[in-house]
Ligand binder design. Structure first.
Ligand SMILES: [Zn+2]
Length: 104
């Protein structure tokens, strides 16, 4: 039986590797930005994964995979629900950034 720390460490490596593989396959993914369906922030496409039609950024993939591995949740919708507050914060940041742009 692996400890929680071991599982998290393993997942960090796996998810980071996914990001590196994406960049290796297609270097553009490192700078190409999309809006993550989970945290709502603009994140690089590299290392993102689609679950049930939701595209998650590399950071959220880590949360998802760790959560699945630890049995915290069984599907991505549960993570997205749990991330709702963060997503709203992300949305606020996008709006603020747009306002800043508009003011310039
Ligand atoms: Zn995300």
């Amino acid at each position: 039986m692996k400890s929680k720390e071991e599982i998290i460490e393993e997942m960090q490596q796996v998810v980071e590797q996914m990001r590196l593989d994406d960049i290796e396959d297609n270097p553009e993914t490192e700078t190409e930005i999309f809006e993550c369906d989970c945290c709502g922030q603009g994140k690089p496409l590299a290392g993102s994964v689609e679950y049930n039609g939701y595209r998650l950024c590399n950071d959220c993939v880590l949360l998802a995979e760790t959560g699945f591995a630890l049995g915290k949740f069984t599907n991505v919708e549960q993570l997205i629900d749990a991330m709702e507050d963060t997503r709203l914060e992300g949305l606020c940041e996008i709006i603020k950034a747009e306002e800043r742009k508009a003011n310039n």
